[in-house]
Design a binder for this molecule. Sequence first.
Ligand code: CA
Length: 235
Amino acid sequence: MSETGRPSVLIVEDESALCTLLRYNLEREGYRVFEARNGDEALVVAAESSPDLIVLDWMLPELSGIEVCRRLRARGESRNVPIIMLTARGEETDRIRGLDTGADDYIVKPFSMSEFLARSRAVMRRVRPGLVEDVIALGDINMDRVNHRVHRGTRELHLGPTEYRILERLMQNPGRVFSREQLLDTVWGTEVYVEARTVDVHIGRLRKTLNQSGERDPIRTVRSAGYSFDETFAN
Ligand code: CA
């Protein structure tokens, strides 16, 4: 279960050598890595694995990278996921600049791994600071991920490991709606079968601890979809 709590990256690239190289370097940096070799697969894997970052090649067989990017942006669950496009030198770079592709950044091939990792970290930090920072503070809730301590105001919250992981996942992505299945994967990994209703039990416990002094509930229940951390909570 050491898989959980780490940021995940989906690599969409049909060149297997480059894919392997990216995977190797990203895993060494502590990311979980998913792969897709074409656009259709990318859309499926993105929906199933809800990655924190998508690295998307422009030149793909069938669906182009740009079309994949548009479709990802049109879907609720991937609307806000940062996307880095990989492009070849030349014309494409100008087209990427000129088009409203929805990509957060692009990297021109060939690139060095250190440049790639630095750009990935920069995008993650900008778009999802909670994924790379040691402390996540939203409103009066403060999560210290080094010491695994959570405070609401001055009150320390004593959360079980499952409640902690669920809260961490939600706080890393304020506003993003997670299905029960996605939260299950966060906590137990994809190898273990746990009933989806179990999530409701843990959310119930989490809420009880979070709001025990009658504070505002930061967790939103989204009917027939799942749960999210209220993005207006920090304001
Ligand atoms: Ca390619």
